[in-house]
Design a protein around this ligand. Structure first.
Ligand code: DAH
Length: 358
């Protein structure tokens, strides 16, 4: 018989084997449960320290001092061995627990059971929505909708529109050149493309992507969208242009919106104008309005009477026919209408942004 009683040894062994089982069960536990279990094991380790290491071992040492001198060496070794076993167990368990804690810290917090797709049906992109609405409005006003091309040549993008190679306006319409042609800088190319195969009377819009050699910022992008519209017939005059755009504005921005034309310059129209609409947010009432900047007016498009030079370029007799044209940036319209502060938001595939619009 040694100094350590069997029931003490059994008690310790049972305690440790229960604890080892608990530690094994830590595998594959979800985060919250794992945290709780780790804390339980830690508490039990403290219990081993206080109950067995301090309590029982010091009691055994006290007993040792009272035993026969002849037994002291053997009993002493027995106690030391027991102490070593306990210390060893504590060390191993602590290592395991620390490992689990590290794991917990770096674990992904993914809940793979999340029902993602059924809860978030897809929506049209806001630029698609705006384009569809614009098409509807112009269709109601009697305009045909004609598809356009984005890969162009210099002739259709510039020269035919009365922008010769040395024209200063080429600067602001600078684009991407490659061996097969250029990327169109505006949808005005479609005036030429359409009029080469179709003869007046014609009333059409064409919309789509355009490209410019612009750096990205809040209002510029190297790729954006435009809508071009034009109408050619005998005796088309500036009043037809004003009347058409007036109707468009009322239908799209609301019946109380006012329009204002100021003279401008575009090589392909003569005379040319820029059209502004009254601010549909503050009606000019707020000095700090983020949309009109307090002026009460928002510039939305360029327009004018088609330059006779352009008509001649597509073999239409300017003595017999006249026409008007207009062009607007779709992003700009969308930004104004929906108060979107930065053009880059359209292109970032930011799901929350895309989900905002119906
Ligand atoms: N193409 C012009 C631009 O990109 C927009 C424009 C202005 C189109 C006046 C027109 C027009 O048809 O008449 O800035």
């Amino acid at each position: 018989m040694g100094i350590i009683k069997d029931d003490v040894l059994n008690k310790y062994n049972n305690f440790i084997s229960e604890l080892k089982k608990e530690i094994e069960e830590l595998e594959h536990k979800p985060n919250q449960e794992l945290k709780e279990k780790i804390n339980n094991v830690k508490k039990k380790v403290e219990l081993i320290k206080s109950e067995f290491l301090k309590g029982i071992v010091s009691q055994l040492l006290r007993e040792l001092s009272k035993t026969e001198p002849s037994n002291k060496k053997e009993f002493g070794q027995e106690i030391n061995k027991f102490k070593e076993i306990i210390e060893n167990d504590i060390r191993k368990i602590t290592q395991k627990i620390e490992k689990k804690e590290r794991e917990l810290k770096y674990r992904f917090n993914f809940d793979l059971s999340i029902k993602f797709l059924p809860d978030t049906p897809g929506k049209l992109h806001i630029l698609t929505i705006v384009q569809k609405n614009l098409m509807n409005v112009f269709a109601e006003l009697g305009f045909e909708i004609i598809d356009g091309i984005e890969i162009e040549d210099e002739y259709h993008n510039f020269e035919a529109l009365n922008i010769p190679a040395d024209h200063p306006a080429r600067d602001m319409w600078d684009t991407f050149y490659f061996s097969g042609g250029i990327l169109r800088t505006h949808t005005s190319n479609m005036q030429i493309r359409i009029l080469k195969t179709r003869k007046p009377p014609i009333k059409a819009i064409s919309l789509g992507k355009c490209y410019r050699r612009d750096n990205m910022d809040a209002t510029h992008s190297f790729q954006f969208h435009q809508l071009e519209g034009f109408s050619i017939d005998e005796k088309i005059n500036f009043l037809d242009l004003v009347r058409t755009l007036y109707k468009f504005v009322h239908k799209y921005f609301g019946p109380n919106t006012k329009v204002n034309f100021v003279p401008s310059y575009f090589p392909f129209t003569e005379p040319s104008a820029e059209m502004s609409i009254s601010c549909f947010y503050c009606s000019g009432q707020k000095n700090d309005c983020s949309v009109c900047k307090g002026s009460g007016w928002i510039e939305i498009l360029g327009c004018g009477m088609i330059n006779p030079i352009v008509l001649k370029n597509v073999d239409i007799d300017p003595e017999k026919f006249s026409g008007f044209a207009f062009g607007m940036g779709i992003e700009r319209i969308a930004m104004l209408k929906y108060k979107i502060p930065d053009i880059r938001m359209f292109y970032q595939n930011y799901v929350e942004f895309n989900q905002l619009w119906r």
